[in-house]
Write a protein that binds this ligand. Structure first.
Ligand code: NAP
Length: 415
């Protein structure tokens, strides 16, 4: 076991194991958490009470999470002069499943995004974002209840690989000159340059995770979202590799939309449909006919836009969860940032971290605890005692604090 200098390993907890492609979860799993910057501490205080209450209620005290605080971001820098201590990464790797609050990313130079670093170092290649509607939440579209999708966004390649050079830098000048000379590329002088790498390996493993999820959860379809009409060899290849993987690995469980329109070529009635959409058309489709989509697999940048847009359709960032998942290692986190203007006001909506915790509990196989939390949140929203962000979109709502909203969720956990 790693020797931890800053973090304390809970004495009564046990490590989650990963063998033969499956997690082995003890009754008291050690789960590292990062409180997060800005509103992170307010949110974490409310969230952890909700998680513990749900687990206690679902398993009558037979199971409990052994929380282990690990450090990253501003708190870590203030206490240990290190934005991301190596031991935090080690703990997330060693204990396999963790949860984090949002972390500040200084704009323009300074440190690289801690979130991006964590995803890359731990090879958390899929960012999974489920988006669904909770009855009663004010939403900007007419039929938000038709949105129920899970987005699998590639998390290590494309723009997240972060390969770019500043305009006028010696590197950009050298590369620009090379491209102009060797490939006759039309690149203006003093251009900034970026490279968008997308591999067959990276694309296929992401699509495979999305397909496995769709089959396991009996979803209707998997849609490959790409911009292959313009970027043929990156985004277009993502689509082609996706279909290839579907054909090679899941021939019995899947049918392509094209084959289906020709009569299904003998596909099983419960086969998951694989289709693809160009990214710009996907935004329209999500607004106009969201119920035709259930699982989306997409490269990094498309996924970034699509997941925030979809979250807005059902009422915003306050209830938009996420998980960064690799093979046997996962870090769950809210979609939103640190929302610094609300820090320490006990005001912000903890729903996004709480729902990220639901994803975490489901990943552990603790589905009953997850269901209790979802019911608690549904009932809290029905009671109209909600945080400011939801209150301003609902008629007749009473605004309550972060901690009071946590209490409402616990109160609403009726088995
Ligand atoms: P942000 O923190 O997500 O906040 C933007 C706005 O979204 C807030 O002002 C608020 O809108 C709404 N919002 C965010 N979280 C909410 C919640 N829990 N409940 C209700 N409303 C919520 O985005 P930002 O201001 O662009 O970023 C701030 C910092 O966070 C930056 O340093 C950024 O790099 C970082 N960040 C971190 C992560 C991460 O750790 N994963 C992700 C994104 C951004 P209203 O004021 O209109 O109510």
């Amino acid at each position: 076991m790693t020797k931890y200098k800053f973090a304390k390993v809970p004495p009564r907890g046990e490590a989650i194991e990963f063998t033969n492609g499956a997690l082995k979860v003890p009754d008291r799993p050690i789960v590292p958490f990062v409180e997060g910057d800005g509103t992170g501490p307010d949110i974490w205080r409310a969230s952890v009470r909700v998680f513990d209450a749900a687990v206690e209620r679902a398993y009558s005290g037979q199971r409990a999470v052994a929380w282990m605080e690990v450090f990253a971001g501003e708190k870590s820098f203030q206490q240990y002069q290190d934005w991301l201590p190596q031991e935090t990464v080690d703990a997330m790797q060693e204990f396999r499943v963790s949860i984090k609050g949002p972390l500040t990313t200084p704009v323009g130079g300074g440190i690289r995004s801690l979130n991006v670093t964590l995803r890359q170092v731990l090879d958390l290649y899929a960012c999974i974002r489920p988006v669904r509607y909770f009855e009663g939440v004010g939403a900007p579209v007419k039929e938000p209840e038709k949105v129920n999708i899970v987005i699998f966004r590639e998390n290590t390649e494309d723009v997240y690989a972060g390969i770019e050079w500043k305009a006028g830098s010696p590197e950009a000048e050298k590369l620009g000159a090379y491209l102009r000379k060797e490939f006759k590329s039309q690149i203006r002088e003093k251009s900034a340059l970026g490279v968008k790498p997308m591999s067959e390996f990276g694309s296929k493993r992401l699509v495979e995770m999305a397909i496995r999820y769709a089959i396991e959860k009996c979803k209707e379809s998997v849609t490959l979202v790409h911009k292959g009409n313009i970027m043929k060899f990156t985004e277009g290849a993502f689509r082609d590799w996706g279909y290839e993987l579907a054909r090679d690995k899941f021939a019995n469980e899947l049918v392509s939309e094209a084959d289906l329109s020709k009569g299904g070529t003998g596909a099983r009635a419960d086969a998951v449909i694989v289709k693809d959409r160009i990214a710009d058309s996907m935004f329209q489709q999500l607004l106009l006919r969201p119920d035709e989509y259930s699982v989306i697999a997409t490269p990094n940048l498309n996924g970034d836009y699509v997941s925030d847009a979809a979250a807005a359709q059902v009422g915003g960032l306050g209830i938009a969860p996420g998980g960064n998942v690799g093979d046997g290692v996962a870090v769950f986190e809210a979609t939103h940032g640190t929302a610094p203007k609300y820090a320490n006001l006990d005001k912000i909506n903890p729903g996004s971290v709480i729902l990220s915790g639901v994803m975490m509990l489901e990943y552990l196989g603790w589905n009953d605890a997850g269901k209790l939390i979802v019911r608690g949140l549904e009932n809290a929203i029905k009671s109209r005692r909600v945080t400011y962000d939801l209150a301003r979109q609902m008629s007749g709502a009473t605004e309550v604090s972060t901690s009071a909203f946590g209490d409402e969720i616990i109160k609403g956990m009726i088995a």
